[in-house]
Design a binder for this molecule. Structure first.
Ligand code: MG
Length: 241
C-alpha cells in the first residue's frame, strides 16, 4: 500500500504564510499589477496552464517570475520557521508512526513547493525519516508544467516504487491513495485514478473530487484504508516491534 501525502497544510502548518504578498512581490518586480481574486485562484489551480495565465496578466518572463516568487517564498518561510509560526500539525508524527506499523506500507510526499524549500521544512520537522520517497517541485523532471493538479507526480512516484519492488506491477492504482488538504490534491488524485483523502484544515471547503473527508490525521487508520482499498493486510503486533 502506498500513501502519498501533500506537505503544506497537510503535514506542516503554513497558514501564517501570506502567499498573496509573495505573489504581489513577484508581480511587482515583473512590472505587472495584481489581478482580481478569481484570477489569482485560477493561477493556484493552473498546473500546465500557468504560462498562459501569467502571459495574460502581462508577465513577460515566466521563469524569472517564478524565481522571484520562490526567493520571496523561501525568505518568508525561513523567517516564520525561526519565529515558530510555521509548525508541524500535532497529529502528524503519531499518524505516521501508526501507519508505519501496517505491513508493506510505503509512504511518500508529493509537494508543489520547490525542493530546497520543502527540504528545509522536512529537515526542520524531522519528517524525512518517515518517507520512502519525496517529490517536490523542480526536482529532476518534476517542473511547474507537471505540478498538481496534473497527475504526473503521482504516476511518477508509482513508477519509482514499482521499480523498487515496493508496489505491485499489476494493479498499482488499487493500492495507492493521496492525502492532501486542497482541491488541486484531490483533482490530481482523481486524474491519476486513485482515491483522494482530503484533510480539512482551517476552513478549506471539501472538494467534490475527494473520495473521503477527514478532519484529523488520527482518522487515517487501518479501518479507513481498508474500506477504501477493500484489501486485507496485517497490522504488526506492536509488542513484537
Ligand atoms: Mg497543501
Amino acid at each position: 500500500m502506498l500513501l502519498i501525502f501533500d506537505l503544506d497544510m497537510t503535514l506542516v502548518d503554513v497558514s501564517s504564510v501570506d502567499f498573496e504578498m509573495i505573489l504581489r512581490h513577484a508581480l511587482e518586480i515583473s512590472g505587472v499589477d495584481m489581478p482580481m481574486q478569481e484570477e489569482i485562484k485560477e493561477l493556484w489551480h493552473s498546473g500546465s496552464d500557468h504560462p498562459s495565465i501569467l502571459e495574460r496578466w502581462g508577465v513577460k518572463n515566466i521563469l524569472s517570475f517564478w524565481k522571484y516568487f520562490d526567493e520571496k517564498d523561501e525568505e518568508t518561510r525561513k523567517r516564520l520557521m525561526d519565529a515558530g509560526t510555521i509548525t508541524l500539525f500535532p497529529d502528524v508524527v503519531p499518524a505516521l508512526e501508526r501507519l508505519e506499523q501496517i505491513e508493506e506500507m510505503v509512504l511518500a510526499i508529493h509537494s508543489n513547493t520547490p525542493k530546497p524549500l520543502a527540504k528545509i521544512e522536512l529537515d526542520r520537522f524531522e519528517l524525512t525519516k518517515h518517507f520512502d520517497f519525496i517529490l517536490a517541485l523542480n526536482d529532476g523532471d518534476y517542473n511547474q508544467l507537471r505540478a498538481k493538479p496534473e497527475p504526473w507526480g503521482i504516476n511518477h512516484i508509482i513508477r519509482k516504487m514499482q521499480k523498487r519492488n515496493l508496489l505491485s506491477r499489476k494493479h498499482p492504482h488499487r493500492e495507492v491513495a493521496f492525502i492532501g488538504d486542497s482541491e488541486i490534491d484531490m483533482i490530481a488524485a482523481s486524474r491519476a485514478g486513485i482515491p483522494g483523502i482530503q484533510i480539512i484544515r482551517g476552513g478549506v471547503n471539501p472538494s467534490v473530487h475527494a473520495t473521503r473527508i477527514i478532519t484529523t490525521l488520527n482518522d487515517l487508520d487501518y479501518t479507513l484504508l481498508q474500506s477504501i482499498f477493500h484489501v486485507k493486510k496485517h497490522i504488526r503486533d506492536h509488542a513484537d516491534c
